[in-house]
Design a binder for this molecule. Structure first.
Ligand code: FA5
Ligand code: MG
Length: 405
């Protein structure tokens, strides 16, 4: 069918989240404090991570097994916490500064000025600590305005891990609490990686930043980084599709978070794992859009409890590239462009990339973007792609106020 309207998923008007009925109008509104499009609303409540036959559900359950086995069922598990949270939960409670970019309308989906679609599962740390949990895992869908390519999608899934230590646990060790927690955290996550890849020490290699590539192994490395809620902070990267792919962020929890939530004399670690990224490596899934596919050629390849399976791609359909140049203005952002494109082409868009950028003598800046259209499921016709590209050009002009060249 060449008319986009006939193959787009129908827009539902209400959904239930944790027993609470939420109307579309509560989430998607024509209101300047709201930037949630229908394409995002339609993903709320799907809970891919709670499907035992889905790669994300299989991965979640395997991580649960690791924690149950190694920590005698001490970790409390949550996978149904509502993704609509307050600005306080998402940002203030984890010490994100008032002027941090992640708070902007360009990066986060706002339901209204005080309510967001959570952009990370860290949004639940404080409330769970206050409720007295000291070991917990939180899995859920998270939402971000972001770029478009094979490893980024505006809705994805994270698993948060959190562990609180009491003074006697590190005092006996002779090192300070922070070093103790940092070392325990890395050991825990290295153990998890080994468990997931089901490999012996020989074939899984943890590298450090400057080490050389070793062929035939799953290669990983720790990289130092920064988060407002942890110090020190680290990222774990895995070598995949000829690049280093970031799969998780973690660190030793800022004392202030523990203090505010009734854990004055403790230290803690936390991690936030990107489930899609890890599942892409484990199942050999080449594109993040596939997780949302209802195509049986995708869904039938996975079964409950089976982590070892490698995805066999059904023949890759040809991509079609369209370039588009325009003069940008001060308010132009790439995330806004990507949302316009995604709103029209949905999962038929594979990548949006900046291929040229220059400023003329008058100070006007021109950007040229290349849009790759490709369905994961079928061949697209020229007519269909031309129709999509025409709508993209129209909306880029009308919604982003740029001047096409
Ligand atoms: C966080 O979200 C932190 N909350 C993680 C954390 C928790 C750090 C607890 C310390 C303590 P970050 O923005 O880096 O960090 O995202 C975490 C992971 O989510 C990334 O490593 C990546 O695997 C995944 N991720 C991020 N953006 C996307 C995206 N657009 N699509 C798919 N996966 C993504
Ligand atoms: Mg990161």
């Amino acid at each position: 069918p060449s008319n986009p309207k006939t193959w787009r998923r129908p827009v539902i008007s209400a959904l239930e989240l944790g027993g609470v009925k939420i109307a579309r109008d509560d989430v998607v509104r024509d209101d300047p404090t709201n930037n949630v499009p229908d394409t995002i609303f339609s993903k709320l409540g799907l809970q891919l991570h709670r499907r035992d036959q889905h790669p994300l559900g299989i991965l979640k359950n395997t991580i649960y097994d690791y924690f149950d086995t190694n920590y005698s069922n001490k970790f409390d598990k949550f996978d149904e916490l509502c993704p609509i949270v307050s600005v306080k939960q998402n940002f203030d409670d984890v010490l994100v500064p008032a002027d941090h970019v992640s708070r902007s309308y360009n990066d986060t989906y706002y339901v209204d000025s005080q309510t967001v679609l959570r952009c990370h599962t860290s949004a639940h740390q404080a409330e769970l600590l206050r409720k007295g949990h000291t070991h917990f895992l939180v899995t859920g869908d998270v939402y971000r305005r972001d770029s478009i390519d094979s490893t980024h999608y505006p809705v994805f899934h994270q698993m948060e891990g959190f562990r609180v230590f009491s003074p006697d646990e590190w005092e006996a060790s002779g090192v300070d609490g922070t070093s103790f927690a940092a070392e325990d955290l890395k050991k825990c996550l290295e153990g998890l990686a080994t468990h997931l890849f089901a490999l012996e020490d020989k074939s899984i290699r943890l590298l450090y930043v400057d080490s050389v590539k070793i062929s035939g192994a799953v290669e990983m490395r720790w990289v130092d980084t920064y988060f407002p809620f942890t110090n020190p902070s680290f990222e774990l990267e895995i070598y995949f599709q000829e690049k280093w792919l970031e799969v998780l962020g973690c660190g030793v929890t800022e004392q202030e978070i523990l203090k505010r939530n009734g854990k004055l004399n403790n230290v803690a670690w936390a991690f936030g794992l990107g489930l899609e990224r890890l599942a892409m490596v484990l199942f050999d899934i080449p594109d993040i859009r596939l997780f949302w596919s209802n195509d049986e050629r995708f869904t039938s390849q996975f079964s409950k409890g089976q982590l070892g399976i490698k995805f066999k791609t059904f023949s890759k359909y040809p991509p079609c590239y369209k370039d588009m140049s325009f003069w940008i203005n001060e308010s132009f952002t790439e995330n806004n462009l990507c949302e316009v494109v995604r709103g029209i082409a949905g999962d038929l868009v594979e990548e949006v990339s900046l291929i040229d950028n220059f400023t003329n003598k008058k100070g006007m800046t021109s950007h040229c973007y290349r849009i790759a259209y490709r369905s994961m499921e079928r061949s697209l016709t020229d007519e269909e792609i031309n129709g999509l590209q025409m709508s993209v050009r129209e909306q880029v002009q009308s919604k982003l106020n740029v001047v096409l060249r």
